[in-house]
Design a binder for this molecule. Structure first.
Ligand SMILES: Cc1cc2nc3c(=O)[nH]c(=O)nc-3n(C[C@H](O)[C@H](O)[C@H](O)COP(=O)(O)OP(=O)(O)OC[C@H]3O[C@@H](n4cnc5c(N)ncnc54)[C@H](O)[C@@H]3O)c2cc1C
Length: 969
């Protein structure tokens, strides 16, 4: 920002701000800054505490409600913290929350009880899901045991185990008493110098020159009346009849509290607060049925060790019954029941009441009228589980309100429109202290310390963020909160927001679509089923592992083109003949795998057929959803060089794979930079986070212009050995191997369409990414398909693509590597030029610490083992040798020997980041992080899938076409 803009309030400015990022890359916050935290719920209190612990001297926490029980969501949460999560980052946040709160007390009462968690299964499908979750627990170091019904009965006397077939017991999970968590952390922050102000509402944020300067607040004038305390303290979550009320009038005196930094931690009001900072946060308040029963005569009211339970305390594990969409916990001698299995009930953020309403009516904003009919199913199911509550009345019941987001993740980060404005929103109690630690680190040091692609609100494309999209995606998230999430399970709502110009053609070809970042992307095409009966379609045997493999390794696999050596055929079924022994033109057979029920979901054998067509003939992939930007202007080269590990400012036509790092040397993104001449570049990037960061880092001089050209352009990936036969006849321009070399770009015309052709291949075959304006796209697609018909061209989908890229060892940022990883560890050291003139962001850190002690490796497994998911734990040694072939189910008897549930005593040495069927290489193939000592090719690993530990082997990379003969021709 330059010049002196008039003082303005951000709420009014927000509506006139451009859609684009206008804030700067956030500088670390000076601890002496005046920091205002809006909201004293469990998140705001934790953040204030963390900021004070990091030396911040002027922290002010402001809440519209009375302190410390404000009437927000934290005043009502039963506070379950189940740590197990498919996401390593989310699990880590829960672990950090529990670690922080463990042992803390308010007035002699604990903030956290590690009662343990118990997830029960009543069907085979649910048990399979628990085995899957057991794997996550092992991967992330959460103590866990799979237990049988007798052990459930032991842990929870009174539960009817006749319907239960197994359970996941996580003994270190706990109940956080969120009101006490607020009280403790807020008090500690105040002891450290923070100021907490209740009954004061932030109504605006003031800004100057695009920077926060203060908050405008309004006092609530309170006149106590019957049934309420003088300070307006609402019911603190114990059963109430909801009739207390106080006379109050809002809109008292307005004043400005000066601030250099403002953080929105406003819970369900986050969407509204975000607007004050120029944010559109995709979060939505949803109602959630919750109730307590009357006292249960069969409940002992004591903990297992005999101590008497307080009326809000649980002695036994919290129960989660995902099949019925409900949870249960003890409250002394009563039972609390939470219901997720009801229609989503969104509340428009504008319809939320505030403190003034609370003070007038006694009705707390995060506590809405109970809707009996929505609760009935879960209540009945809860009674089936715990018959003692069947005939008990509900003592208190309400619809609690908290926030849901499209992907279930929180909203953290600095505003892209207003310097000094941050948010920590849509955070459950579970992640509260963890998120506060991360955000405090991020603010004070610039380094959040963890991967942020699942946390940073900039992960969403601003173009998607309509009210409808936010509401419908949040409602879907509510609906699915306890559901099993299957591979490639996309959203079912607000589909079709982004389609490529080829979309109708792909539909005509029978495209089976999933969705990513708003884009419709075909997984495979029904029309390609015919390939499976093509006379030339050939299958190969599966690759053998373990003893059956004898001496064969991936590098001597005769079916892998470009592989060295020429070992004889392998054990297995299928047609072993005709394996390609390094000749780029020899035909390549594939395996059509047998698959179990899980792998069957959102998968089709057509994926194998499309992979076969790509490796043997030619296929056209719709790559339009790849994010791309144009960068131009004087200084563009210098700017890009500073941000990139590789030298990107090369001669026109050069294409460079490069990394962008943070200051600690962690990988923020991998990109492809195409030099177009005259300080103009096209960048192939990963998504909205790249645009957010790059926009913030643009030189203040305004000489470098950055444009997102993703939706205005389109891209066809034309790949396969017959690619040149298809493209050459319809091209004006030289696309010979010599005329357009690998990793070079040229402007050509294809069927009259102006095209920027990049000779790159993410699937490991000869070919190009062909970019043009969206208006030309359909003609480009049609011309290619027509020219390709004699060569058997087919459209290829994401399912084949995923397999082909893994066979080639290509990493996907966000899943395979993140800012927690360095280039060398991720196997991407080749993209770093340490000696580059002028250096680059992150170089000094890399010099100091090039490795963080783990490595991303390719692994192979038997095809019939099935695909392990991201987050599957990896163990040292073979599956059968190290940890047993099957996760045991702990019985009452065995539990006595294994009270912690750690019967499998080997610790995981890593985790899977992606895996798929390698159709051509005849094995399940994937990438995994492992401790450095297990990274050598040939190392034997055990990978857990649905509780079974399966043999795997570290493979030399790339597994497919190590000699690059398929691409460079
Ligand atoms: C019934 C129920 C069950 C739940 N179960 C669980 C569970 O088992 N496990 C779990 O992890 N989570 C659970 N949650 C979710 C969890 O309670 C919330 O996600 C969490 O408490 C949110 O904390 P917060 O600090 O962000 O929000 P809040 O606690 O709502 O605090 C936000 C504060 O901001 C203040 N504020 C807002 N706007 C302004 C303004 N303009 N000026 C001043 N102050 C403002 C509000 O008054 C409020 O005090 C549950 C929630 C409910 C309601």
């Amino acid at each position: 920002m330059t010049g002196t803009a008039p003082r303005t309030t951000a709420s009014s400015a927000a509506t006139t701000l451009p859609d684009r990022v206008s804030a700067h890359h956030p500088e670390p916050v000076d601890p002496s800054s005046r920091i205002v935290v809006i909201g004293a719920g469990v998140v705001g209190a934790a953040l204030a505490d963390e900021l004070v612990m990091r030396g911040c001297t002027h922290v002010t926490v402001i809440d519209q409600g009375p302190l410390p029980v404000t009437g927000g969501s934290s005043s009502h949460a039963p506070g379950f913290v189940f740590q197990v999560n498919g996401s390593r980052v989310m699990c880590g946040l829960a672990q950090r929350t529990l670690d922080k709160l463990d042992g803390l007390e308010v007035d002699g009462r604990r903030v956290l009880d590690r009662t343990g968690g118990l997830e029960v299964a009543t069907t085979d499908g649910q048990l399979a899901e628990l085995r899957r979750r057991y794997g996550y627990a092992r991967a992330w170091g959460v103590p866990a045991e799979l237990i049988d019904p007798s052990r459930v009965a032991q842990l929870w006397p009174g539960v009817d185990t006749s319907q239960i077939i197994g359970a996941l017991h996580t003994p270190t999970d706990g109940v956080v008493f969120s009101k006490r968590a607020v009280e403790y952390q807020l008090a500690r922050a105040e002891e450290g110098g923070a100021v907490a102000i209740g009954l004061t509402r932030v109504v605006d944020v003031e800004a100057e020159d695009g920077r926060v300067t203060g908050v405008v607040v309004e006092d609530a004038a309170v006149t106590p009346s019957d049934g309420a305390s003088a300070d307006g303290t609402p019911s603190d979550g114990t059963p109430s009849d909801g009739t207390s009320s106080v006379g109050a009038s809002a809109g008292g005196s307005r004043r400005t509290i000066p601030a250099d930094v403002v953080v929105a931690t406003g819970g369900i009001w986050g969407h509204l607060l975000g607007k004050l900072g120029g944010l559109r946060l995709p979060m939505h308040p949803m109602e959630h049925g919750y109730a307590w029963t009357a006292p249960v005569s069969d409940l002992p009211g004591t903990a297992p060790d005999g101590t008497t339970l307080a009326d809000d305390q649980a002695g036994r594990p919290m129960i989660r019954h995902q099949g019925a969409g409900l949870y249960i916990r003890e409250f002394g001698d009563r039972i609390g029941i939470g219901a997720y299995e009801h229609r989503p009930i969104p509340i428009a953020p504008e319809d939320l009441t505030d403190t003034a309403h609370l003070l007038e009516s006694g009705q707390e904003p995060a506590k809405r009228a109970f809707t009996h009919e929505d609760f009935e199913f879960c209540r009945a199911e809860a009674a089936r589980l715990l018959p003692a509550i069947a005939d008990l009345p509900l003592e208190d019941a309400f619809n609690g309100v908290f926030s849901f987001t499209p992907d279930g993740g929180p909203m953290l980060g600095p505003s892209p429109r207003l310097d000094g404005f941050w948010a920590a929103q849509a955070i459950w109690v579970t992640a509260s202290a963890g998120c506060a630690e991360v955000l405090a680190d991020w603010m004070i040091t610039g380094d959040p310390g963890v991967a942020t692609q699942e946390l940073d609100f900039a992960r969403f494309d601003p173009a998607l963020l309509s009210d409808q999209w936010i509401r419908e995606r949040a409602a879907e998230a509510y609906d699915e909160v306890y559901d099993v999430t299957f591979p490639h399970q996309g959203t079912a709502v607000t589909r079709g927001l982004k389609t490529s110009p080829f979309h109708t053609r792909i539909q005509e070809a029978g495209g089976c679509f999933d969705e990513a970042n708003g884009w419709e992307r075909a997984l495979w095409h029904g029309q390609n089923a015919k390939l499976l009966n093509d006379p030339q379609f050939r299958t190969r045997p599966v690759k053998a592992f373990g003893a059956a493999a004898a001496a064969a390794t991936a590098l001597t696999d005769p079916a892998v083109p470009g592989a060295v050596g020429g070992a004889a055929g392998e054990a297995g079924t299928g047609d072993p003949g005709g394996a390609a022994g390094g000749d780029a033109d020899e035909s390549v057979p594939v395996v059509v795998p047998r698959r179990d029920a899980w792998d069957q979901v959102n998968w089709s054998p057509i994926a194998a057929a499309e992979a076969w067509a790509t490796r043997n003939r030619v296929a056209a992939y719709d790559m339009t959803s790849l994010t791309r930007y144009r960068v131009r202007g004087a200084g563009a080269t210098e700017w890009l060089e500073r941000l990139n590990t590789n030298k990107v400012g090369k001669l026109p036509g050069a294409v460079t794979y490069s990394l962008m790092l943070d200051e600690t040397g962690g990988i923020l993104s991998d990109i492809t930079v195409t030099s177009l001449g005259g300080e103009e570049y096209m960048i192939g990037a990963n998504g909205p986070l790249d645009l957010d960061r790059l926009s913030r880092l643009l030189p203040a001089s305004g000489t470098v212009v950055l444009d997102d050209i993703t939706t205005s352009t389109c891209c066809v990936g034309l790949w396969g050995p017959r690619g040149r036969d298809v493209l050459a006849p319809i091209t004006e321009g030289d696309i010979s191997h010599e005329g357009l070399r690998y990793f070079r770009a040229a402007r050509i015309r294809v069927a009259g369409v102006p095209v920027l052709a990049l000779r790159v291949s993410y699937v490991g075959e000869l070919g190009w990414e062909l970019y043009t304006e969206a208006a030309h796209g359909l003609r480009l697609w049609d011309a290619i398909m027509e020219a390709g018909a004699p060569y058997g061209i087919v459209p290829g989908g994401r399912a084949a693509f995923s397999s082909l890229r893994l066979e080639k060892g290509y990493r996907a940022w966000g899943s395979d590597m993140t800012r927690e990883d360095t280039p060398d560890d991720a196997g991407l050291g080749f993209a770093v030029r340490m000696q580059k003139d002028g250096g680059f962001v992150g170089r000094e850190a890399l010099e100091e610490q090039p490795s963080r002690g783990r490595r991303l490796v390719a692994f192979g497994m038997r095809m019939d083992a099935g695909r392990p998911e991201a987050g599957s734990p990896v163990f040292a040694g073979t599956g059968s040798g190290a940890v047993g072939t099957e996760a045991f189910v702990s019985t009452e008897a065995s539990a006595a020997e294994s009270p912690t549930g750690q019967a499998l005593d080997a610790d995981a040495v890593g985790w899977v980041t992606s895996a798929d069927f390698g159709y051509v290489t005849g094995q399940v193939i994937g990438l995994a992080w492992v401790a450095a000592e297990y990274a050598e090719p040939g190392s034997r690993l055990g990978i857990m899938r649905f509780g079974r530990v399966l043999d795997a082997e570290v493979l030399a990379e790339p597994v497919y076409d190590a000699g690059m003969s398929r691409i460079r021709r």
